[in-house]
Write a protein that binds this ligand. Sequence first.
Ligand SMILES: [Zn+2]
Length: 111
Amino acid sequence: MPIYDYRCNKCSHLQSIFIRNLKKKLNPKCETCDSNDMKRLMSKLSPVKNDTQVMDSLGMPNPSGSVEDPRQIGRWVEKRFEDYGMDVPEDTREMIDAAREGQFPDPISDI
Ligand SMILES: [Zn+2]
C-alpha cells in the first residue's frame, strides 16, 4: 500500500497519507488546519545515508566483515565482471573460491 507525503501550503504541516485506492482521486486535507491546499511531495524525505547504506546502494558487499554469507562476495564479484563482459581473472577466482570456503579476503588496505 503506497504512502504519499503531503505538505500543507497553509501551515506547512507534513502528513503521510495511505493510498487505499489508486484509481480514486485523492482530496487530502490537512489534519492540522483543515486546508485542502495540500501539495504532494515527490519523494520521501530520507535520512542522511550512512556508509553501509551507500555501500548497499552501490551493490558493494559490506567490508566490515558482517557479510553473513561469504558466497555473496563471490557472487557480487562475478556479477561485476559479467557486467563488464569479462572473465573472472585467475587470482580473483581463487579469492572467490576461498571466500566460499569461509575465508574472507583481507580487507583492502589504504592505497
Ligand atoms: Zn495545514
